[in-house]
Design a protein around this ligand. Structure first.
Ligand SMILES: Cc1ncc(COP(=O)(O)O)c(C=O)c1O
Length: 387
């Protein structure tokens, strides 16, 4: 199978939208607007005035950024998080790859709840690590007891994404704690990808894992600056773990990128220092869009909203065809680009054939209204959404 993002791009290459129906691209979870002006000016100033911004830097990232992130996370989550437990990486995807490099190799296993974030699955495949699929329940949450039953002497980690891509669900703190209990006493490590943590609808903290004095013994936290500060192209993320694990990750990071992007790191640091209020506004806007998506699906005949949060609405379509056929027809007829559930699940998974992911972060209220007009027309053209 082609990587999903590339596959969707190939569909687009063959698509010519009607002039009265411009493309609604709900395929990718990436902000398309630039960072706020202050941040762009800070990047420009660093590029002009800071010679070190053009040179190799420390493999694990700028000390000032590591310290600022540690302080912010400790304030947000509670507990103790030190700068030497934080590494800056070239995006959260690289943080995941680096974490896996410290944990598992060919022949080892990692438990991956699905629907999954496809880049996690792709990296495990490429690393020769067996991704052991754990089907989520109808509420799209993974069950710790079912995960426990999958653990073998080859299991090195369990990966959770919360708020979730692709499902949009926020994992309850008690669920995260139950998974962390599996990781205790020599069990597999718990990798928590919290790329969308800034858009969680709940008050802080979303879980209490950092409260444990030895949290870094088994818990690995991943973060991305791509979404919060719209820095996708600058490639800045974070890997938060024990100093010993970071020393192992350092070998991986040194050989792959030598250091994270220097301008991107300065941008992330400036953002942490200056964009708290701005980010609160971004969060409020994303939560309003989430509400608009939920309201739209509530009115749409036949469709069922399964999860909604972070940047995503995950819905079951009411048609007989499989999700890819529906997604391609939706693009051809209504110029709405989405990704089918089959891109987030093991081959042949039956529920995924009914599921579609809508990445709504770039759609304003008018765009969301247009989406539901088009979905209503698409559904009516198929007899009102009866299977
Ligand atoms: C769950 C998850 N992790 C990681 C990433 C990648 O983030 P980055 O741009 O920091 O590599 C994404 C991007 O869509 C994501 O959804």
């Amino acid at each position: 199978m082609a990587p999903p993002v590339m596959a969707a791009r190939a569909w687009l290459a063959d698509h010519v939208p009607r002039p009265d129906r411009p493309l609604l691209n709900m395929s990718q979870a990436a902000p398309t607007a630039p960072p706020p002006e202050g941040l762009r000016r800070a990047i420009a100033a660093a590029a002009l005035d800071d010679v070190s911004a053009h040179l190799y830097g420390p493999v694990l990232g700028l000390p000032a950024l590591r310290a600022a992130l540690a302080a912010q996370w400790a304030a947000d989550y509670g507990g103790t998080i030190r700068a030497d437990q934080v590494a800056i990486t070239a995006g959260c995807n690289q943080a995941f790859c680096a974490a896996i490099a410290t944990l598992a190799g060919p022949g080892d296993q990692v438990i991956l709840p699905y629907p999954w974030y496809f880049n996690h699955k792709m990296w495990l495949d490429m690393a020769g690590v067996e991704a052991v699929p754990l089907a989520c329940g109808p509420d799209l949450l993974p069950d710790p007891d079912r995960a426990a039953a999958l653990i073998t002497d080859r299991t090195r980690a369990i990966v959770l994404v919360t708020p979730n891509n692709p499902c949009g669900v926020e994992y309850p703190a008690a669920l995260v704690r139950a998974f962390s209990a599996l990781a205790r006493d020599g069990g597999p490590a718990l990798i928590l990808d919290e790329t969308y943590r800034n858009f969680d609808a709940r008050p802080l903290p979303p879980h209490d894992l950092f409260d444990h004095p030895d949290w870094d013994a088994r818990h690995i936290h991943l973060y991305s600056f791509s979404k919060a500060f719209r820095l996708t192209g600058h490639r800045v993320g974070a890997l938060i773990a024990s100093p010993a694990r970071l020393a192992e990750a350092e070998k991986f990071l040194d050989t792959v990128t030598i250091c994270p992007n220097q301008l991107g790191q300065r941008a992330a640091l400036w953002g942490l220092q200056n964009l708290r209020q701005w980010l609160a506004g971004e969060r409020a806007e994303i939560l309003a869009r989430r509400d608009a998506m939920a309201a739209g699906f509530a009115e749409l005949p036949g469709w069922r909203l399964l999860g909604c949060g972070a940047y995503f609405a995950y819905a079951a379509h009411p048609f007989g065809g499989d999700a890819e056929t529906v997604a391609r027809a939706l693009l051809a007829e209504q110029s709405v680009l989405t990704l089918p559930g089959t891109m987030f699940a093991p081959e042949g998974d039956a529920p995924a054939r009914r599921q579609i992911r809508f990445a709504f972060a770039n759609a304003d209220r008018a765009g969301i209204a247009a989406l539901f007009d088009r979905l209503a027309a698409f559904t009516a053209a198929r007899g009102g959404g009866q299977p």
